[in-house]
Design a protein around this ligand. Structure first.
Ligand SMILES: CC(C)(COP(=O)(O)OP(=O)(O)OC[C@H]1O[C@@H](n2cnc3c(N)ncnc32)[C@H](O)[C@@H]1OP(=O)(O)O)[C@@H](O)C(=O)NCCC(=O)NCCS
Length: 213
């Protein structure tokens, strides 16, 4: 895909949320299966992506190939903004869930909630207090291996650095070699692990000197 058109990285808008949800569903099949969410409706992912867009639109980027998003990255200069935006969207999300619009059963919903709580509850871990974070990065499987993931990540990193952040945190599955390569070559180092119901996440931090050069 896109041999003639190079990736164009730009800020996402509301019209991109459906494409981004499609990329997420195609890029994380194992996670969805492990969580019992194979049948999840795209609208559920769209609603979560809309929360992220609402929280910090400047930190939500897409890479276009042949005029359509083929990958996305979400970062937050203040992770608290995502929680606050999530609370704002919560009534509508709960209402849709209760009406069965997401096709997420109670069991899967509880597991999801437990998983989130497990990964958040690590106040002693280095970086737990770090507001700047990477939230999600994915490239559609059709577009992987052509530099899109790296280009997206580095564009988002530029955004966070331009905002003056010298400490940035992310989490990655230890076996995710392609993602780790991108993070490590950009200066991120492992500072420990957190666990959820599916195993460990490597917590990685970028810690720059006090100057933002
Ligand atoms: C991780 C992901 C975003 C990378 O995007 P991509 O466009 O395929 O990656 P790129 O083409 O930019 O390549 C990134 C680097 O990984 C390297 N790489 C790719 N596969 C690799 C592997 N199996 N082992 C080691 N390195 C690998 C590439 O050589 C490249 O390194 P280089 O730029 O130094 O040559 C993409 O694979 C993806 O969406 N995966 C599923 C979702 C996911 O895991 N997201 C990250 C969650 S933390």
């Amino acid at each position: 895909m896109g041999e003639h058109d190079g990736p164009m990285i730009r800020r996402a808008g509301a019209r991109d949320v459906a494409d981004v949800a499609g990329i997420y569903l195609a890029a994380f099949p194992d996670s969805l299966r492990d969580l019992g969410l194979e049948g999840i409706r795209p609208v559920a992912v769209r609603d979560i992506m809309a929360v992220c867009l609402d929280a910090e639109p400047e930190g939500f980027l897409v890479a276009d190939v042949d005029g359509r998003p083929a990958g996305y990255v979400i970062c937050a200069s203040d992770a608290g903004r995502i929680r606050r935006a999530g609370l704002g969207h919560l009534p509508a999300i709960l209402w849709r869930w209760v009406r069965g619009r997401y096709a997420i059963g109670l069991r899967a919903a509880l597991r999801l909630a437990r998983e989130k709580l497990m990964s958040w509850r690590h106040p002693d871990l280095p970086g737990a207090d770090c507001p700047a974070r990477f939230v999600s990065l994915a490239v559609h499987p059709r577009g992987q291996g052509h530099g899109l993931g790296r280009a997206l990540f580095e564009a988002a990193l530029d955004y966070l650095r331009a905002k003056g952040h010298t400490r940035i945190r992310l989490e990655v599955r230890p076996h995710n070699a392609a993602a780790r390569r991108i993070y490590e070559t950009n200066g991120f180092r492992s500072v420990g692990q957190v666990h959820d119901t599916r195993g460990p996440w490597e917590v990685m931090m970028l810690e720059l000197g006090s100057s933002n050069g």
